[in-house]
Design a protein around this ligand. Structure first.
Ligand code: UTP
Length: 234
């Protein structure tokens, strides 16, 4: 196994909840994903945030019907993202910390002894994309890989419009404009990418790579900074 050198820059992966639990052979996917993260995490500092997916949205929908506040709904969402982090961390095993950190500072602190570190959300008001972006800045990461259920960024919603085309390269100003136009800031909302995340990465000049999280070969290429199929924002 190649030794980790001090020259290896960290990589942060934001893994969408919609990728983790789809109902389509999730066990085999999680086994293969864990193997990949374990292998790469031994070679470079790697942090993975896990989203809440449809489970989080289900709780948030029910909580909203019960009259919970937006902050309380965010907190429900955070708990689900942490459940997913616990599942993945437990499958990974050592050196990954068994108890996923609950703050960005804690994740940064654990990384030297525990790559890959896996964690869910932190506080209300953003998503795990935002957590991943803040971590990327704290770690001076080489890139943030957004592993999602779409294979890149499209010029319109590919699920609603067959004319949608994937955009392989974007600049931050146009991407931020699209993210801000799509976002409402409500709990459980599915953005193109988190507003805080886009603003944070743009300001720090850290590239964002968007890939299909279920295509593990391609995900590995993106994490390693090799040519990949998807979209790149810089
Ligand atoms: P996710 O990170 O899963 O957001 O957090 P998402 O956009 O639904 O992403 P996918 O579908 O998993 O890819 C779920 C919800 O949890 C709350 C927000 O309400 C968010 O929409 N949350 C999450 C927070 O308030 N803070 C966090 O740090 C993380």
């Amino acid at each position: 196994m190649p030794a980790r050198t001090s020259a290896s820059r960290a990589v942060v992966v934001s893994l969408g909840g919609s990728v983790l639990l789809t109902g389509d052979d999730d066990r085999a996917y999680l086994e293969r994903l864990a193997e990949l993260l374990h292998r790469i995490g031994a070679e470079l500092p790697l942090v993975v945030t896990t989203g809440g997916g449809r489970t989080a949205r289900e709780y948030i929908r029910l909580g909203r019907e019960l009259g919970l506040t937006e902050v309380e709904l965010d907190e429900l969402g955070i708990d689900v993202t942490r459940l997913h982090a616990r599942l993945l961390a437990a499958r990974l095993g050592p050196p990954t910390p068994a108890h996923p950190p609950v703050t960005i500072a804690q994740a940064v602190h654990e990384l030297p002894g525990g790559s890959p570190v896996v964690l869910g959300g932190t506080e209300p008001g953003h998503t795990t994309d935002g957590v991943a972006a803040l971590l990327a800045v704290r770690l001076r990461a080489a890139r943030l890989v957004n592993a999602t259920d779409v294979d890149g960024i499209y010029d319109r919603d590919p699920r609603a419009d067959p004319r949608a085309r994937r955009v392989p390269r974007l600049r931050w100003p146009e991407f931020r404009e699209a993210v801000h136009a799509a976002a409402s800031g409500e709990a459980g909302q599915n953005f193109l990418f988190d507003r805080l995340g886009a603003d944070t990465l743009a300001r720090a000049g850290i590239p964002l790579l968007v890939v299909a999280g279920r295509d593990l070969e391609n995900l590995e290429a993106a994490i390693r900074g090799r040519p990949f199929a998807g979209s790149r924002v810089e």
